[in-house]
Design a protein around this ligand. Structure first.
Ligand code: CDP
Length: 784
């Protein structure tokens, strides 16, 4: 149990308003586009209209003649500096500017630099590129056909297969499949979608030729990793590179990769000798930066007649686009997709994934998701409903029969994970109670008799977040751990610098609450600084809900180091031995003499003015935290929907989300995280898809086609929590930021399929647009 601090201290569990919002709501944030430097110029990309074409000529003369244009950089120019290609985050390489041929529509072909952004945009129109069209590969199922065009002729392997990956026991799983009395198969496509953060990607790069220092303000979720990539790719000394990630208007995985625009802006700044700003338009962001998902999945469950599942077999085709730019740890080509056994205790499982190239934008990023967990959670939660339908069993009851029971934790999964803690039945029970499940089922039966369409969808998902541990996890060889550096000033106020970077998650508030909990210094007195590689200790950044499990832990452990030093100083001040002291948040007291005490503020002052002889002055500590395991948050979400028979429109009547992220730092922030993630899940389930026509033209490259939910479409979310602390995390917390995005798509789809199940509907692929539903209703004779 955590000691509850007073509201004045504001440690763990206090719903403190976000400190950072003061500047955000007053328009005083400092985003990339707010960065203005003297003499700054602007970059603009020239992009390919074709999905697959040979470049036969690029003529830049007309563009260069336009007054105000300073440079036009092409792939050939970059090739001279060996910068035409760069590494992706997953051991592939990617063209910075196209040389030879283009591989997807909107690919970067040239970079124009001008005095202002309008001139740059006009000049980009004047760059003439001659293309010779090549056959286009859009369907990943055809990528390995004998007559498929080979897209990546830069690679030695003349194949569109990027990887084949498998995990689990194939033979034992197949054996179970053959002998099981019941099997259920679902083929589910998780469409290509995009995080579409409010702020697009961009940078300002400044090179000071006198000091040799390159300062890069980048919309970066991983500033230190980006600094190292810059150093390795450009050959610049790392101490001369400073990456500053200012306020970020949403990342969701979109701002993890290094994009060609950053490299081109850096090259331009070095060659022109003036700071260069490059910021994407909305369409550029949607069409060319890291997409998510695009998994064609098949899951088969083997069960007995009572619905006890013995095995799961999964086969997946992953469309990675033109370059494998998945932000994934080296050992996991399909990310953490092998969490696909979910919350269930199956004795056998086998999972295989083929990754292929197609003529689409590169990516495979973890969109508010721990490296492919969303796909896995969606698949297993859909498969459980298909099995329930097959067995004519209530989906809640089927889940209950198969949950990993609490006493089995830590639980080794058949696909190799060691779940830290869980109580899945607890979360399901609370969600069922909150929504009034039994009543709703009765209502549904009555409505069905009247021909009305109502559905209830359950998703009891499990997550896996907080990468490292470093022995298993790395990005491009950089081990995954995280860090905190805490410095307490003489007056007892403090600053803590972190290796992560908030993009709206409220870190400035929640990290301060961790220090408040551990040291009793009020959260209001603790400044948090992230995103400046010149000041923060090395860290791997914020994505995949890793901040609380890793940096949060580092913060607590740095604070505990400070507390240990504070104990020594307190003993000196109170003239007792350290063993005679007891701690409560904010002060050390002499055991048995509570009046004899020193506050943390008094101790901090003494650390600079009256410390024991021989002790190092000052009160600070740094901690690099390498987690022993990941954390496994979970929850149950339930959606209730009504479908309009005439239009196919789905109305979300209610949505209950019960989450368990262990001990909560700030309940208000957690609730906000859940609201935001559910709204994204809603969009994915019903509105969003980036698809391509047969020529590789991107559909969904603007907000006219790629829809963003507004308050009109968004229901009022009902939230709740159970609390199952992580046993290995210093204060028992697990991540939460991505849970709602991971868990909700299955709840929505399960609800819609449930509403139509009596018509024989077993599965519908997202997005569940009114048009798609209406077509099904027409086919089933429900509507004309
Ligand atoms: O890595 P990221 O910040 O995106 O995800 P997270 O670690 O799940 O945290 C999201 C926000 O929720 C942060 O401000 C956390 O401090 C907060 N949180 C919390 O208050 N309690 C938890 N147990 C987990 C997260």
């Amino acid at each position: 149990m955590l000691t509850k601090t007073s509201p004045e201290i504001g440690g763990m569990g206090h719903p403190i308003k976000r400190k950072e919002d003061l500047r955000f709501i007053q328009g005083k944030g400092n985003y990339i586009d707010d960065v203005q430097l003297p003499g700054m110029v602007y970059g603009q990309m020239v992009r390919s209209p074709y999905a697959h074409a040979r470049i036969t000529a690029i003529r830049t003369e007309e563009a260069k003649k336009l007054p105000g244009v300073l440079a036009v950089i092409t792939g050939e120019d970059l090739a001279k500096a060996n910068l035409a290609w760069m590494p992706t985050l997953f051991h592939d390489k990617q063209m910075v500017l196209a040389t030879g041929k283009v591989l997807f529509q909107s690919q970067e072909v040239a970079f124009v630099v001008a005095e202002d952004r309008y001139t740059a945009a006009d000049a980009a129109e004047l760059v003439e590129v001659d293309y010779e069209e090549l056959p286009v590969l859009v369907d990943p199922h055809k990528a390995q056909d004998a007559d498929a065009p080979i897209l990546r002729d830069d690679r030695e392997e003349k194949s569109n297969l990027i990887f084949h990956w498998e995990v689990g026991d194939r033979a034992a799983t197949e054996q179970q499949m053959k002998s099981a009395p019941v099997t259920a198969l679902v083929k589910a496509f998780f469409p290509r979608c995009h995080p579409a953060p409010l702020e697009t990607c961009g940078c300002v790069i400044d090179f000071n030729s006198a000091t040799g220092k390159l300062t890069a303000w980048i919309t970066s979720q991983a500033p230190h990793a980006h600094r190292t990539v810059f150093a390795l790719v450009a050959g610049l000394p790392e101490q001369n590179i400073r990456v500053i990630s200012p306020d970020i208007g949403g990342g969701f995985g979109n701002k993890v990769p290094v994009y060609p625009g950053y490299v081109c802006a850096a090259v331009a700044a070095l060659t022109i000798g003036r700071p260069v700003k490059w910021i994407e338009t909305r369409s550029e962001n949607l069409q060319s930066t890291g997409f998510a998902r695009d998994y064609h999945m098949e899951a088969e469950l083997a069960a007995d007649k009572d619905g006890r599942v013995s095995a799961l077999r999964v086969k997946t085709l992953a469309d990675h686009g033109a370059f494998n730019a998945a932000a994934q740890p080296t050992k996991f080509p399909a990310g953490l997709f092998s969490i696909c056994t979910g919350s269930y205790d199956f004795s056998q499982a086998f999972c295989e994934v083929d990754g292929v190239y197609t003529n689409k934008a590169p990516g495979g990023i973890a969109y508010r998701c721990s490296f492919r967990v969303t796909e896995a959670a969606y698949l297993i939660e859909r498969a459980m409903d298909v099995l329930a339908q097959e067995l004519k069993l209530d989906p809640a009851e089927l889940r209950r029969r198969n949950f990993i029971p609490p006493e089995k934790f830590p639980y080794p999964s058949p696909l190799g994970w060691n779940y830290d803690s869980g109580n899945y039945q607890g979360a399901l029970d609370l969600a069922l109670e909150k929504i009034g499940y039994n009543e709703l089922r009765k209502e549904q039966a009555e409505k069905r008799k009247r021909g009305e369409l109502m559905g209830i969808g359950i998703s009891s998902f499990t997550e896996i977040v907080g990468a490292g541990p470093s022995h298993t996890f790395d990005i491009l060889g950089l081990k995954m751990f995280d860090s905190a550096e805490l410095r307490v000033h003489p007056t007892g106020k403090a600053i803590m610098r972190m290796g992560t970077k908030s993009q709206g998650q409220g870190h400035e508030t929640t990290y301060a609450q961790i220090v408040a909990q551990e040291l009793g210094i009020p959260a209001a007195d603790v400044a948090i600084e992230e995103g400046d590689t010149d000041t923060a200790p090395y860290g791997l950044g914020t994505y995949a809900s890793r901040s609380t499990p890793t940096s949060g832990a580092a913060a607590a452990l740095a604070a505990r180091k400070v507390r240990e030093k504070a104990r020594k100083i307190a003993a000196h001040l109170l003239e007792v031995s350290e063993e005679d002291l007891e701690w409560e948040p904010g002060k050390f007291s002499v055991k048995g003499a509570p009046g004899k005490s020193k506050t943390i503020q008094e101790i901090a002052f003494a650390a600079y003015t009256n410390f024991p002889q021989g002790m190092e002055p000052g009160l600070e500590a740094v901690h690099y935290y390498d987690p022993p395991n990941l954390t496994f948050p979970f929850g149950t979400y339930i959606a209730v929907v009504d479908i309009d028979k005439g239009t196919g429109e789905v109305k979300i009547r209610r949505f209950v989300a019960v989450d368990d992220c262990g001990n909560i730092i700030n309940p208000m922030i957690v609730e906000g995280q859940v609201h935001g993630g559910l709204t994204e899940g809603l969009a994915i389930a019903f509105m969003q898809e980036i698809s391509y026509d047969e020529s590789g033209n991107v559909q969904g490259g603007t907000f006219m086609d790629y829809l963003v939910p507004t308050a009109v479409e968004t229901p009022s979310w009902e939230t709740g929590n159970t609390c199952t602390p992580s046993p290995h995390h210093p204060f028992g917390a697990k991540g939460v930021g991505e849970s709602p995005n991971v868990g909700s798509p299955a709840a929505f789809v399960n609800a819609v399929v449930d509403a139509l199940s009596h018509l024989g509907v077993k599965h519908i692929d997202m997005p569940l647009s009114p048009w798609k539903i209406w077509q099904i209703l027409k086919e089933k004779g429900v509507t004309q």
